[in-house]
Write a protein that binds this ligand. Structure first.
Ligand code: PEP
Ligand code: MG
Length: 574
């Protein structure tokens, strides 16, 4: 029987294929007391489970595509190493013998102990490594439960994944395995998983509550990321209809390519700076394909994902150099690492150990607490500034003291590099994201110390309207047209103009074609968008006369009616 499920479409495009269900749910473990005579058998059962776990991981390792990034390889290697570590191998055996308990319980006791040790570590990066332990333990528990086949979650090629939730790290791994699309039961429009899906061009839906209950393995699915609907077991006519839509979408994209070489300029002759957001050096191929000549936001935190050790200076430098070299003279804005919140370095259950991760030790706060990590990145950014047109951007800045601290570290790093004989651009611009409301209302205080600003609407909306950007239950409140948001954007643009400093927008609002004219009308002259949206945004800019927007903009800034707001937006876009 065919039926339809409705969620929130977060990444455009249509996928048609077989379903693949991923179950992250943890296994409940009970304690059983065993007789002395059966202890040897129980130890053997545990050791057999370890052998199977190793075989599973070796099988995954063998199937990693050659094109997969080094991180994917490291991720699997790390788990294999753990399976040989006495902490996971010997300690549970000891528990089985001493407590006369079943293997599952012994393993759980040891896992709880290790997690506690990790939690007590002061270093948030190391502490977050506990999730690797949990993931390896979960694999062994599944095997002890009798699931000895490779968990199906490892083979997602040419499938549409349906899961409770996916982390950004999961998304990266699955993209390399060739998924067609995904639907999750939780998640928000501007969660980093959703942003990644858009930038990787994977059709996606979030907030499909209890979807896994309604579907079964091998069902055929149509996932419509534009309208946020998932059609389960569709009939042949419906499949043909969506295949036709896929074809039309492809044709539309091909037609947009004619804009690749065109300048980005409005009908009234205003040149607009249009750059691209990237997450990996590999994204430069999409940047080139779109015809973009600048990176307005390089989210460097993705360098930290799916691996055990953080990248060192050499690795940072090599990644940045690839981006800088591939653009030749184009501007590259490297954002210092924005880990924390929904971007934990580790792939499992990200963020569960902090009460309010989005308000916690995230981004620049985390960097200032972990100077070793921060300095390695700063050294690499400064060194790569000698090779091209590089700017550095600070995420989540909220206080002047924080800014002073950052600028002091940058200065100190410059001195060290000089002494060591490294080249760098002494005038490399240093700017900041406007993504905490405190920054938007105080640009006049920050700007004397900064060279540029970039508005991050994903977090600006989250923090202004107090809505967790990853929580689909409050997604309906996530409104870029809220008067407070429009006012903060306008204040930031005006503040930058008064301070004679450039300002752009790299939040997802800039990539959303509905808002491009509104932003031009508010005075924005620089956009950084995801590669998938680049040509569509350019098309709108090139078809806009900014002078004709003023009346509508004035009304939008003064109306208190959401209905009128939407009416005015539609009017502006027709
Ligand atoms: C933003 O917050 O708008 C932004 C661009 O940063 P991120 O999405 O990486 O938090
Ligand atoms: Mg942000």
């Amino acid at each position: 029987m065919s039926f339809t499920l409705k969620g929130i479409g977060v990444s455009k495009g249509i996928a048609i294929g077989k379903i693949h269900i991923i179950d992250h749910d943890t296994i409940e473990v009970n304690e059983y007391t065993l007789s002395k005579q059966s202890l040897d058998d129980e130890v053997a059962r545990f050791e057999d489970a370890l052998v199977i776990a190793r075989q599973q991981l070796q099988k995954i390792q063998k199937n990693i595509p050659k094109t997969a990034p080094e991180d994917v390889v490291t991720f699997i290697e790390t788990h294999l190493l753990m399976l040989n570590d006495s902490l996971l191998v010997d300690a549970p055996i000891q528990f089985i013998k001493e407590k006369q308990c079943n293997a599952e319980w012994a393993l759980k006791l040891q896992c709880d102990y290790l997690v506690k040790v990790f939690d007590e570590m002061d270093d948030p990066y190391i502490s977050s490594r506990k999730r690797d332990v949990e993931q390896v333990v979960s694999r062994i528990q599944h095997i002890l439960r009798g699931h000895t086949e490779l968990p199906s979650s490892t083979d997602v090629s040419n499938a549409i994944v349906v899961a409770d939730d996916l982390t950004p790290a999961d998304t990266i791994l699955m993209q390399h395995q060739g998924i067609l699309g995904f639907a999750t039961e939780y998640g928000g429009t501007t969660s980093h998983t959703a942003i990644l899906a858009r930038s990787l061009g994977i059709p996606a839906i979030v907030g499909l509550h209890r979807a896994r209950r309604y579907v079964k393995p091998d069902d055929t699915l149509i996932l419509d990321g534009i309208h946020g609907v998932m059609l389960v077991a569709p009939d042949q006519r419906t499949v043909e209809y969506y295949e036709q839509k896929q074809k039309q979408d492809k044709q539309r994209r091909t037609a947009l390519k004619r804009l690749k070489q065109a300048p980005c300029v409005t009908l009234d002759g205003q040149e607009i700076k249009l750059h691209t957001n990237i997450e990996f050096p590999e994204d430069m191929s999409s940047v080139k394909k779109a015809g973009s000549n600048g990176v307005g936001l390089y989210r460097t935190e993705f360098l930290f994902m799916n691996r055990i050790d953080p990248p060192d200076e050499a690795e940072h430098y090599a990644a940045y150099l690839k981006v800088v070299k591939s653009l030749k003279h184009g501007e590259v804005t490297i954002r210092t690492v924005d880990l924390g919140g929904d971007k934990q370095a580790n792939p499992l259950h990200a963020g569960s150990w902090i009460a309010n991760p989005a308000l916690g030790l995230r981004a620049i706060r985390l960097c200032l607490k972990n100077m070793t990590l921060f300095k390695q990145q700063l050294r690499a950014i400064l060194r790569v500034s000698a090779e091209g047109n590089v700017r550095m951007m600070i995420p989540m800045l909220s206080g002047l003291q924080e800014l002073t601290q950052v600028l002091n570290v940058v200065e100190e790093t410059r001195r060290e590099l000089s002494q060591e004989g490294f080249d760098f651009d002494p005038n490399m611009p240093v700017g900041a994201m406007v993504e905490v409301p405190a920054m938007a209302v105080c640009t006049d205080l920050f700007l004397p110390y900064l060279d540029f600003l970039s508005i991050g609407t994903n977090d600006l909306i989250q923090y202004t309207l107090a809505i967790d950007r990853c929580d689909d239950s409050v997604n309906y409140l996530y409104d870029p047209l809220h008067p407070a948001i429009l006012r903060l954007i306008k204040m930031s643009i005006d503040g930058a103009q008064n301070g004679c400093k450039p300002i752009s927008m790299c939040g997802e609002m800039a990539s959303d074609t509905r808002y491009v004219r509104l932003l031009l009308g508010l005075g924005l002259r620089a956009f950084s968008v995801n590669p998938e949206a680049f040509l569509e945004v350019k098309q709108i800019i090139n078809n806009t006369d900014i002078n004709s927007l003023h009346t509508n903009i004035t009304r939008m800034l003064s109306t208190d009616s959401p209905t009128e707001m939407r009416y005015l937006l539609d009017k502006m876009n027709t």
